[in-house]
Each structure stands twice: as structure tokens, then as C-alpha cells.
Design a protein around this ligand. Structure first.
Ligand SMILES: *[C@@H]1O[C@H](CO)[C@@H](O)[C@H](O)[C@H]1NC(C)=O
Ligand SMILES: *[C@@H]1O[C@H](CO)[C@@H](O)[C@H](O)[C@H]1NC(C)=O
Ligand SMILES: *[C@@H]1O[C@H](CO)[C@@H](O)[C@H](O)[C@H]1NC(C)=O
Ligand SMILES: *[C@@H]1O[C@H](CO)[C@@H](O)[C@H](O)[C@H]1NC(C)=O
Ligand SMILES: *[C@@H]1O[C@H](CO)[C@@H](O)[C@H](O)[C@H]1NC(C)=O
Ligand SMILES: [Fe+2]
Length: 461
């Protein structure tokens, strides 16, 4: 009898908490705060699947879910894979999460699907809210991507941490605004340095980050490459959260619309843990991939840059824009040139910088906003999504910018890539505030403004 009452009270209590969550989740204006006590289907995110017309759905539970399924427009999908992420950091408190992934196959192109994830945990069914996404469009459609890098959301649970009283701005409030409609974007491209770091605070940083971006990542395929900050646990957190069961791998490629995206792992070449074998494997993949690619546009997403201003006030630039960039250039630049790659989009340096078409430091076509049949790739650095790491500084660059540089800015922001069709590709950089040190309140209410826009026109396809 007593046990029954306890169960009833327990269920009632969970019910109350769930009501709280529902009320809370309804308000997408506010950035969610993670409540670690509540069991829920959390950290829902999607990615393009390996097969064409497929979407991989991923979610996390704090306890072992016995049976999970996805309700998708009247269809029940019960195939999923489970993994465990266990981590014992320096706090001595073990961290354990149950990670799930399920592949939604044979989707109709450009169709809105609704989905809800449910799992049975301790004999109680818990469900996510109902999410929706638009499936990848058919070949030869216009596609639009949100692009950013070096992104962390505000969260420091330890009051002793030097950052715990600092609130720093990031682009999340603006991403919430632009993600309200499924019409505007097809994918998100996050070029590494995710959450600073996924393993920090024993993994709680990942929980918080993944919860904070759920509104975006549950709607648009969240496509990532690993950054330098993902290396500290030998990419374990990164792989398990973003590439479950090695679905696409640390590097991979996919086609979307008229574009071919190469998701490069620059850590394989110059990262803390890189080996000769990793370089060889990556080069082999790249050569085969470029050789078989028939898409008119080739866009490389890499954490690390090949071209950036080696400005002396930017700590990371002294290595990133000289030593590491020249190693990357040595391996990759000829290949990219030979196969007519269009764009290289990176982060790592916490600035926005954009080049003219350039090859081996030589400007191959002069211009500002319009390039016709450019003979070499344009290079973008876009590490201004906001984070607690060092801010990079442009003030020492002044007139000393490299000749191929067109725009350089310290403003927080993100890019929008539109691959219109076979002949037209467009890039727009939105800036928020003046520098990365602007106050969070100011950033939340600030309007975005365009600080860079260019078209590439190709008539020789
Ligand atoms: C779940 O229910 C089964 C059957 O009613 C019972 O045997 C089992 O102990 C329950 N498990 C938990 C974790 O409550
Ligand atoms: C897409 O365009 C290419 C030529 O650029 C053409 O060969 C292919 O058939 C088109 N695909 C579809 C589905 O229209
Ligand atoms: C990192 O993980 C890879 C793949 O599991 C392994 O081959 C490699 O030895 C690991 N490196 C280190 C430094 O632990
Ligand atoms: C690259 O573009 C040039 C000039 O349009 C063309 O001649 C060459 O065949 C292209 N290379 C590849 C690998 O497509
Ligand atoms: C390609 O897209 C551009 C920009 O939207 C447009 O001006 C142009 O007419 C399009 N070309 C074709 C062939 O549809
Ligand atoms: Fe970074």
C-alpha cells in the first residue's frame, strides 16, 4: 500500500515537472536553462543521413530508456541504436548519458515531417515535444545554410570559476529568431569548437549546449566538423554526440542542391593528436571525393583556416595564420585549386575575415562583391559566434591587412550561404553589435546588419 502511494506521488511529481517543462518549452523567446534533475528526452538534434533522402535523429536520456520510438506523422519508427557516454572528469562525479540515434529513411524531398520521440524509463513513458523538419530538397534546388563557428552558450555552474559572474554575448538569441520558420534554411554548418568544451564540468557543458541549441538542431540538420576544442577527450564526446556509431565520421561529404560540401577534419592535419596515418587517410578520402564530384559548387568546411591575417594582437593568429595555415596549404591548396573548389569556410580565429580568390598567396581575381568564374577559392574565417575563449583583436592590423583580404571584422555574427542555382552562389555575413565584448543585453536586442555580401557567378559549368 505504502509503495503504491509512493508510486502515485512519484508519478504526480514527474507529471508536475513535465507540465512545467511543457509550459517552459512553449516559450521559445527565452533561452532554456537546463534543469538537470528532470528526466526527459533531451538534446534532440538531426543531421543528414548517409543515404540520400534520409535524416538521422539523435537524443539523450539521463537514465537507461528501455524502449524508444519515434512517432512521425502516424508512422511508428522503432529502429534505433543506443550508446553510452561515460566520463569521469576531475570533479570525481561520474557522468553517464544514454545516447540514441535513429535513421529516418526514404523521405519525400522538401517535405515537412513532424516527429515526437518517446522512451520508457523506469516503467514510465516519457516523450519529447513535437518537433518538425523539412526534408532535404531534390537535386538542383536552391539551398540556404546558416554558417558559424567557435560557439558556446553561457553556462558556468561552478561559482569558483573565473567566468561564472561574467555574462558574455553570443549569437543564440538571433539564431532563435531566424529559426522560427522552416522555410528560411536547409542546414546549419558549425565549423568546429562546440560548447567550449563538450567535456567541461564533467560533460555538463555538453548538456547545456545541446539543450540550448535544440530549437535549431531539432529543425535543421546540424552539420559539424571537429575543432581544436573537441580534441581534449580524443574526440569521444564529439563523435558520440554528433557522429553516433561513426555514422558519417570525423570527415565526410554530402551533396545538397547544386553544392558539394566537404566536411574536413583539420585536426587530422595539424591537431594535437594528429598522426601521419590520419593525414594519409584524409588525403585519400579527399582525392577520391574530389575526383568523383560532379556538382558545380564545391564548398569546404574546416575548423582551421588556410588564409587569415597573421595579426600580432591576435594570440591564436600567430600560429593559426602562419604555421598551421601553411601546413594545411601544403597538403590541400593544390588539390582545391586543381578541382576548382569554390569556398573554404572556417573558424578557429575569433574574427570574421574574407578573401578574394587566392592561390599560394597570389590574388587570382581582383574584386569586392562579385566574382565571375573565379580561378581559385575564396576563403572565409567566421569564428565570431561568441564564446568564453580569447577574443581576437583586429586593432593591430590597421592598414597592414594582407592584400587578398576584403573584409575583416570583430563583430559577433553568422553567415548565410545561398546556392541559388548552377550559376549563382551568394554569401552574406550578418553582424550583431560592434565587438565580441558587447554586453549580452545589447546583443539580444540589437538588430543584425550586413557587413559583407558577395556573389560568385559561374558560366563555365
Ligand atoms: C516495471 O514493471 C514491472 C512489471 O510491472 C516490474 O516487475 C518492475 O519491477 C518495474 N520496474 C521498475 C524499475 O519499476
Ligand atoms: C540536375 O542538373 C544536372 C545538370 O546540371 C542534370 O544532369 C540532372 O539531371 C538534374 N537533376 C534533376 C533531378 O533535375
Ligand atoms: C584516439 O582515438 C583513436 C580512435 O579510437 C585511437 O586510434 C588513438 O590511438 C587515440 N589517440 C590517443 C592519443 O589516445
Ligand atoms: C576547373 O576549371 C577549369 C576552367 O573552367 C576547367 O578547364 C577544368 O576542367 C576544371 N577542372 C575540373 C577538375 O573540373
Ligand atoms: C540563378 O539565380 C540567380 C540569383 O537568384 C538568378 O538571378 C538567375 O536568374 C538564376 N539563373 C537561372 C538559370 O535560374
Ligand atoms: Fe575557438
Amino acid at each position: 500500500m505504502q509503495k503504491k502511494i509512493a508510486i502515485v506521488v512519484g508519478v504526480f511529481f514527474i507529471g508536475i515537472l513535465n507540465i512545467f517543462w511543457l509550459a517552459y518549452d512553449g516559450d521559445v523567446q527565452n533561452i532554456p536553462i537546463v534543469l538537470h534533475r528532470v528526466q526527459k528526452v533531451s538534446q534532440v538534434h538531426i543531421a543528414l543521413g548517409k543515404e540520400e533522402n534520409s535524416i538521422q535523429v539523435m537524443w539523450t536520456l539521463k537514465e537507461d530508456g528501455k524502449d524508444c520510438w519515434i512517432d512521425m506523422d502516424g508512422k511508428k519508427i522503432s529502429n534505433y541504436q543506443k550508446d553510452i557516454l561515460e566520463y569521469l572528469g576531475n570533479t570525481g562525479k561520474p557522468y553517464k548519458r544514454f545516447l540514441y540515434s535513429s535513421l529516418l529513411n526514404s523521405l519525400e524531398p522538401a517535405t515537412i515531417y513532424s516527429y515526437k520521440i518517446s522512451c520508457i524509463v523506469s516503467n514510465i513513458t516519457i516523450s519529447s515535444q513535437k518537433f518538425s523538419f523539412r526534408s532535404p530538397p531534390s537535386q538542383n534546388s536552391t539551398i540556404t545554410a546558416i554558417s558559424f563557428a567557435d560557439f558556446q552558450t553561457n553556462y558556468y555552474p561552478d561559482p569558483k570559476d573565473k567566468y561564472s559572474k561574467t555574462k558574455k554575448a553570443n549569437i543564440l538569441p538571433h539564431l532563435y529568431q531566424i529559426s522560427k520558420s522552416l522555410d528560411n534554411y536547409d542546414i546549419i554548418l558549425h565549423a568546429g569548437d562546440i560548447a567550449y568544451d563538450l567535456w567541461s564540468y564533467n560533460g555538463l557543458m555538453a548538456d547545456h549546449f545541446m539543450e540550448s541549441i535544440e530549437h535549431l538542431s531539432s529543425r535543421f540538420p546540424y552539420m559539424t566538423v571537429p575543432g581544436s576544442h573537441e580534441s581534449f577527450t580524443n574526440f569521444t564526446h564529439y563523435k558520440k554526440l554528433f557522429q553516433p556509431q561513426n555514422s558519417l565520421g570525423l570527415f565526410y561529404s554530402f551533396n545538397l542542391g547544386y553544392a558539394h560540401f566537404i566536411m574536413l577534419d583539420s585536426e587530422s592535419f595539424v591537431g594535437r593528436l594528429h598522426t601521419e596515418e590520419m593525414i594519409e587517410n584524409h588525403m585519400k578520402f579527399l582525392k577520391e571525393d574530389l575526383e568523383t564530384n560532379i556538382q558545380p559548387w564545391t564548398i569546404v568546411i574546416s575548423h582551421r583556416p588556410i588564409y587569415c591575417n597573421p595579426n600580432p594582437l591576435c594570440k591564436v593568429c600567430t600560429t593559426a595564420c602562419t604555421q598551421y595555415s601553411s601546413i594545411l596549404s601544403g597538403y590541400l591548396e593544390d588539390l582545391l585549386f586543381q578541382y576548382n573548389a569554390t569556398l573554404w569556410i572556417s573558424g578557429n580565429v575569433h574574427l570574421y575575415e574574407r578573401s578574394m580568390p587566392v592561390y599560394k598567396n597570389e590574388i587570382m581575381q581582383f574584386g569586392i562583391n562579385k566574382f565571375e568564374n573565379p580561378p581559385a577559392p575564396i576563403y572565409i574565417v567566421n569564428g565570431v559566434a561568441g564564446n568564453f575563449d580569447t577574443e581576437d583583436d583586429l586593432s593591430s592590423v590597421g592598414d597592414e591587412k594582407m592584400p587578398w583580404n576584403v573584409v575583416a571584422s570583430e563583430s559577433l555574427g553568422y553567415g548565410k550561404l545561398v546556392v541559388h542555382n548552377k550559376t549563382h552562389l551568394e554569401w552574406i555575413q550578418y553582424a550583431i553589435g560592434k565587438t565580441q565584448q558587447d554586453s549580452p543585453d545589447m546583443i539580444e536586442t540589437a538588430r543584425t546588419r550586413i557587413i559583407d555580401e558577395f556573389f560568385i557567378i559561374k558560366t563555365d559549368n
